[in-house]
Design a protein around this ligand. Sequence first.
Ligand code: FEO
Length: 177
Amino acid sequence: MIGERLCKALNDQIKNELESYYIYLSMAAYFHSLSLDGMGQWMRCQAHEEMIHATKFFDHIIDRGGKVVLQDVKQLKTEWSSPLEAFRDAYEHEKFITGKINELTTIAREEKDYASEPILAWFSDEQIEEEASTGKIADELEMVGEDKSGLLLIDRELGTRTYPPGSPFDPAAASGE
Ligand code: FEO
């Protein structure tokens, strides 16, 4: 059975993952408002991944005999000055989440909760990818600067990201097609 200290920290992480979901969905709305639908699609896919992350912690707590206690999700930023600023925010947010996963790993080790090691190792690996993808896109946007054709090229490329099967965020799935 999971101890009280780690259970509390994992519940806090569910909140962090749900806030990540909300942040990326908010960024998707921002990109769609600019008709940058490829970036909007990329952010919807990212939001879906965050919901999966929250659910992984949700299920882990339940499987270990703990109690899930959902928390308020904080008010979010809804506007950015540019696509570059949004992706820079995403990169900074992923670095924040990496720090949280590291804290959880430290707590699990201090509590000798070896059963949490596999899921936290999975998240450590995942954070390498999350930081790399958001950081790379921010770098590319910085490179194109004010060049609109470069921006559209990145938008087209990001629009090729696909949803995990059955995602409710996939407009095709939502319309029953
Ligand atoms: Fe669940 Fe993007 O960290």
